[in-house]
Design a protein around this ligand. Sequence first.
Ligand code: MLT
Ligand code: ZN
Length: 436
Amino acid sequence: MLTDPELTEGYSVDWTRRWRASARAVVRPTTTDQVAALVSAARRHGVALVPQGGNTGLVGGSVPRTGAEVVLSLRRLDALGPVDVLAAQVTAGGGVTLAALQGHAAAAGLAFGVDTGARESATVGGMIATNAGGVHVVRHGPMRAQVVGVEAVLGTGDVVSRLSGLVKDNTGYDLGQLLCGSEGTLGVVTGARLRLVPDEPHVVVAFLGLAGVGEAVSLASELRHDVGRVRALEVMEGDSMRVVASHLGAPPPVASDAGAFLLVEAAGRVDPSAELADAIARCAPSTAAAVGVERLDRERLWRWREAHPEAAAALGVVLKFDVTLPAAAIAEFCAKVSERLASGWPGATTLLYGHVGDGNIHVNVVGPDPDDDAVDDTVLDLVMALGGSISAEHGIGVAKKAWLTRDRSAGEVAAMRAIKDALDPDGIMNPGVLLP
Ligand code: MLT
Ligand code: ZN
């Protein structure tokens, strides 16, 4: 247990720097039994717990809010079981980082289906609690699609453990799936049985300059249907890319003045380069393209996508939105949101990028007061009007809590509340997060 403020500081502020409060203590258990003992003690003493994995969340859900909470860090729950090659599964502790999991799977000739820029810090428990998405959802689905079973301590102090790896298991409510996306409000995920996917050693990345977001959406859809092995489809709006270019001090790899950029990654057990090149030549014949086949070349192209959040953060505190839209509404959303933010907050910088294959657009706004709810209203009203969802992958946390009832019906919120009250009867699990 850490109480020295110098040591607890890193657990008290999240990646956005928007949400911070000192932790009363940080507890770092190494076993599920220790977590259960801690939850029981917290119930007895009425102490709020904030579960925290890699602390890479972006909605204020993983840091204290009042200073009275104890942070329950998952990071020492980092045991990795042997890869079960026959079942293509592995059991991982809640504190195993995504990078460690990926390396472990690769050593056994397999891969893990989820990847995100936060791979060095994000942990299995945090990724389950937030149902993390990332860049390979078009191919493998989000975190919940990788979860075969979980071990967790509920807010009641009960331990639930379903790590046998049985894919078919219809024995009542699936508590593991219920914990996916629960944001630490029902219990703490201490471990999981995870599905692995075949390793695909042949990877190609194409980085394309296009006229606008609409063209990127259409091309992404065509490539997804034409190229069997597409596993990432990322869009970056042109002006956003130019902010990144100034941050990185270099022009983008192709067509610096493009209205939008599309990054496509295909991967397979046989080389998908020719198939991807043919599809691009057929669907978008005169498009400027940079292609990477070797790992370093691919990483250089990905850098232009992954630098978007850091380029925004370098400008100041970022108001981050993470929304999904129907494919047909993405271009209209991007045009209108830029226009409305520019007219409401002249001088603000807006970056638009995201996982276009899933309809997931990240809107990053720098300039306005981070507590100015009118910015949220501007972005999220438009999302709702166009038939979208207010959170695609980052979750609700504290950032979007006031908005939950606009996206979800009264009946849905009441059902969520009933589940919360049943599994966390004293309200000690991450209070103030998710539910209004
Ligand atoms: C991303 O796709 O880059 C992540 O969701 C993080 C972010 O938007 O800041
Ligand atoms: Zn994302």
